[in-house]
Ligand binder design. Structure first.
Ligand code: SF4
Ligand code: SF4
Length: 358
């Protein structure tokens, strides 16, 4: 794994003519308070927190959504529309929006904590959602503790079953963020959800920025692309017992499951995990692909660079320039150029999911 100073120049990436994903932040609030997330800990000042909670509009107006969907159908009809932030099931027009997108032939996915899934299962399926991604963080009691809401695991599971029981349900996947709280409980968790109709379970090494890494980044790039600490306030990824995690992930990988299990990024050995969690200034990937294939729009219609985990700077409003105007905007082009100049990644990209590519 290359250290910051050792990243070899990568062949220059060129942005695709059109994005492959359009990520929507349809509201600026969440109904859970997860300990490993800036939203859950109320850290609205971080890049991640502000990208998810910084919109002035609490909920995206349906009229703005229609504008975006129409624009997608015209400019990038093959892109996937991801209702991802901050908690789309707490957005009242979701069912109507899904149905509208489907009527335009768009492929839609919904990412949720599952708390409202039993209530909204029918409209999600009726709206033609194609992929449902539910966040679960461990066996029931542990999940509820991490998510600080008693009964949240049971509600998500009830919702998954309700969705799966309807005609033409979306493919359902579960994503679990690894933290110091659930290491040692991951295999039990997978066993506990083995009877659910899941296509995939992703175990995600938490994305984070430590204060030291943010400082290191800002000394070089802070002017244009300021970094902030992130997802390290009420959980401490650097405290993870990597020996225990390596043993557990190895065991999980060697076991047979009724669904596909992925580890993202695919780091399992103690030495790789030591680098990931204890030496965050060392890259584990070679470059960011996301800046060349994803765009995000928040509840105000403002473009957020790439997606929720990226740096934060003003770009443009989709009402003024459309999706094509955002995709080709000079500020986004400048970020892509800077990434290429730097060899593929900037320092604070090191533990962002966008930075795990080869
Ligand atoms: S992890 Fe998801 S559900 Fe939890 S507080 Fe953050 S945005 Fe909300
Ligand atoms: S890896 Fe990509 S998406 Fe992530 S912070 Fe860096 S530029 Fe942004």
């Amino acid at each position: 794994m290359p250290a910051l100073s050792q990243l070899a120049p990568q062949p220059r990436l060129v942005a695709a003519a059109r994005p492959g994903h359009v990520v929507l932040g349809v509201n600026n609030f969440c109904n859970l308070r997860c300990v490993m997330c800036d939203v859950g800990t109320g850290n609205a000042e971080t890049n991640f927190g502000a990208n998810l909670m910084g919109a002035q509009t609490r909920s995206m107006p349906l009229e703005l959504f229609h504008t975006i969907a129409d624009d997608m159908a015209a400019f990038c009809p093959d892109a996937r529309m991801g209702f991802a932030f901050t908690e789309p099931l707490a957005w009242k027009p979701l069912g109507d929006a899904l149905a509208y997108a489907s009527s335009l032939g768009l492929y839609t996915t919904v990412t949720t904590n599952g708390l409202l899934l039993p209530k909204r299962a029918a409209e999600l399926v009726a709206g033609g959602c194609r992929g449902l991604f539910v966040s679960l963080d461990g066996p029931a009691a542990l999940h509820d503790q991490i998510r600080r809401h008693h009964g949240s695991f049971a509600r998500a599971v009830e919702g998954i079953k309700a969705v799966a029981a309807l005609p033409n349900p979306p493919e359902i996947s579960v994503f679990c963020t690894i933290s110091e709280y659930n290491v040692g409980h991951l295999k039990t968790f997978l066993k506990d959800i083995s009877d659910l109709p899941l296509k995939l379970v992703g175990l995600i090494h938490n994305n984070f920025v430590t204060p030291a890494l943010a400082n290191e980044h800002n000394a070089l790039y802070g002017q244009a692309y300021p970094a902030t600490a992130s997802n390290s306030f009420q959980s401490d990824p650097t405290s993870i017992d990597v020996a225990r995690l390596a043993a557990e992930l190895t065991d999980i990988k060697g076991s047979i499951w009724p669904f596909k299990v992925t580890i993202q990024p695919d780091l399992v050995s103690e030495s790789d995990l030591d680098i990931y969690y204890h030496h965050p200034s060392q890259f584990v990937g070679r470059r960011c692909h996301d800046a060349f294939r994803i765009l995000m729009v928040d509840a105000d219609g403002e473009s957020v660079p790439v997606h929720g985990r990226c740096y934060r700077f003003a770009i443009a409003n989709v009402r003024d320039v459309g999706l094509e105007g955002i995709w080709k905007h000079s500020s986004i082009e400048a970020l892509r150029e800077k990434l290429s100049e730097a060899g593929g990644l900037l320092p604070a990209c090191s533990r962002c999911c966008g930075g795990f590519g080869t």
